[in-house]
Design a protein around this ligand. Structure first.
Ligand code: 5GP
Ligand code: MG
Length: 178
């Protein structure tokens, strides 16, 4: 793996696809133990989580449902802390166990808003599955139940994550070069 350039910035190799895959498979085992008889609804947060969700859901071998939503909260390489809106939740989630599927938990603003928006719709439970978690940046009390990988407080791209819309298709994780 070598450096890549997206727009004006250079990114260096960070986490290989093999390590990502292995961590997703380990996570899938935990989720299977907890949910195999519960028919959960996975709510995938687009765009960033599409690649993680695809890999995760393919290795889950029990009955489940999937739907996709969108939120918008991020511009460039710094979190703005603003969460605008949630689009596309067409399913009735009342009395259902739901698992929110995220690409990355940074400050936690987005996930907190999402959980607070979903709670009044009375699901039987809400858990969070994120490909990445930045423990140093995370400032909220909500438990991140399932994180495939914990990473440093660096800006990363690849595996669904973008830098101004580029880099989502890259099959590994790269971090911003200092
Ligand atoms: P939070 O609200 O937790 O601060 O940030 C959540 C959102 O910010 C993520 O869903 C993601 O869209 C974006 N984000 C946070 N950290 C990164 C990062 O390192 N790289 C990229 N590409 N996006 C990030
Ligand atoms: Mg996101």
């Amino acid at each position: 793996m070598s450096e890549i350039k997206l727009h004006d910035k250079v990114f260096e190799p960070y986490i290989t696809k093999e390590r990502i895959q292995a961590s997703i498979e380990a996570l899938a085992q935990k989720i299977t133990e907890d949910y195999k008889d519960k028919k959960p609804l996975f709510i995938v947060v687009l765009n960033g989580a599409f690649m993680f969700a695809s890999d995760l859901l393919k290795v889950l071998k029990f009955d489940l449902e999937v739907c996709f939503i969108k939120v918008s909260s991020y511009h460039g390489t710094r979190s703005t802390g603003e969460v605008t809106e949630i689009i596309g939740l067409s399913k009735n989630i009342e009395n259902r166990p739901i698992i929110i599927v995220e690409d990355i938990i940074d400050t936690g603003n987005t996930i907190e808003t999402l959980v607070n928006t979903l709670k009044p719709k009375a699901p039987s439970s809400i858990k969070i599955a994120s490909m990445l978690l930045k423990p140093e940046a995370y400032k909220k009390d909500i438990t991140i139940d399932y994180a495939a990988l914990e990473i440093e407080n660096k800006f990363v791209v690849g595996y669904g994550l973008d830098y101004d819309e580029l880099g989502r298709n890259i099959n590994a994780l790269y971090k911003l070069k200092a």
